[in-house]
Design a protein around this ligand. Structure first.
Ligand code: ADP
Ligand code: MG
Length: 358
């Protein structure tokens, strides 16, 4: 597999009066060509800051990339000048946000907004860009492109606007598309349509996607791999199968336990993770999740756990993986939650897993 992105020891901080907010604290991950990586975690865990850093969209001041490498096709983006980054942003790498209006210009016709990156980055003529913009609108599922191109953002519904943002993001066939909670602001039916659209588009064009969500429920549907973030770090990473069927980190168990599901049988047992995320100005020493974990051991309050390898694709940052740690099983509800995975999601066979009749 070819790595399109390789992020190494990324640290991002915000310098505030109250102190240095260490929003991202040593993040390592990679993205393979054409794959979808989901980044999940509670609000405040550093998902947006991590991905904004990749695009070099951290406002400075107060923010800064403190340390680390962002290797894109082997080239480090961290030290690039704004001018060099402008050639990459929107062309090689695009980002879409929760609220499509943050990306759209309310005063400009949709057609022009789609044509702009095509003329700037692809050097298309006005006529060529117009033709391509119409094609892109059809590709993202909007009818009557010629008429639509003359309209302004407010003349579209929320779901349609997000489709337009996706069209703009994909206009230059980027190698990487970052989608930061792209469906959170939309109602459930429209959410499903947008996710379906992203899946379809990914098959057609070979873009690698980083899909950020706080909702593990959508992950099984869209992702190949998952990175679980907590307190500015990745605490577990694995294939979708590994994360749903063989999760190892207590925080991942917590996220799975609190995953809302249409299956009402065990709704009553759903539980939110107790406590609150760590203070990032004074991050706890040891395992940042220890204060909230019923499985915490003495060492968790003293020393940060290393990253343990479970398989070639599965890594866990928890002392529970130490060979001398007591063996603990995930809570029952984590197993029950598998029932609420999408119907077309087939149970994988993983090493050490018994047959599950759920
Ligand atoms: P997530 O996307 O996982 O919900 P974020 O990446 O947005 O979380 O935030 C991670 C941390 O960084 C939070 O503690 C947040 O308060 C802090 N943060 C984000 N942006 C800024 C900023 N512009 N100034 C100060 N702190 C910030
Ligand atoms: Mg966010």
């Amino acid at each position: 597999m070819e790595k399109v992105l390789d992020v190494k020891d990324l640290h991002v901080s915000f310098d505030l009066h109250a102190g240095e907010v260490q929003a991202v604290r040593g993040v390592d991950f990679h993205l393979e060509k054409g794959e979808t990586l989901a980044i999940v975690g509670e609000s405040g865990s550093g998902k947006s800051v991590t991905t904004k850093a990749l695009m070099r969209l951290i406002p400075n001041p107060p923010g800064r990339i403190k340390k680390g490498q962002i290797l894109f096709d082997g080239r480090d983006l961290a030290p690039l000048s704004e001018r060099e980054m402008e050639k990459i942003r929107g062309k090689e790498m695009s980002m879409i946000f929760q609220d499509p209006m943050t990306s759209l210009n309310p005063t400009m016709k949709i057609g022009k907004q789609i044509m702009e990156p095509l003329m700037k980055h692809q050097k298309l003529s006005k006529q060529e860009a117009h033709k391509r913009a119409a094609e892109l609108l059809v590709l993202v599922g909007l009818q009557n492109p010629e008429m639509r191109m003359k309209q302004f953002p407010h003349q579209f519904s929320g779901g349609q606007r997000q489709r337009i943002v996706i069209a703009i993001a994909l206009a230059c066939n980027p190698k990487v598309l970052i989608a930061d909670e792209p469906t959170t602001a939309l109602d459930v039916t429209i959410q499903a349509q947008i996710l379906e659209l992203m899946k379809e588009l990914q098959k057609k064009i070979d873009t690698a996607i980083i899909f950020i969500t706080h909702d593990l429920g959508v992950v099984a549907n869209v992702a190949d791999r998952v990175a679980v973030m907590y307190g500015g770090q990745i605490v577990e990473t694995g294939t979708v199968d590994e994360i749903f069927y063989d999760p190892r980190h207590p925080y991942t168990w917590g996220l799975l336990s609190s995953m809302p599901s249409p299956d009402t049988d065990h709704e009553a047992e759903l539980r939110a993770i107790p406590g609150t995320p760590p203070d990032l100005i004074n991050p706890p020493k040891g395992d940042a999740f220890a204060l909230r974990s019923e499985y915490a051991m003495a060492i968790d309050f003293e020393q940060e756990p290393p990253l343990y390898k479970v398989s070639d694709t599965h890594f866990v940052k928890s002392w529970l993986l130490h060979e001398q740690a007591p063996h603990v099983e995930p809570p029952e509800i984590v197993k029950l939650q598998r029932r609420s995975l999408p119907g077309n999601y087939e149970k994988p066979v993983l090493a050490g897993e018994g047959v599950d009749n759920g």
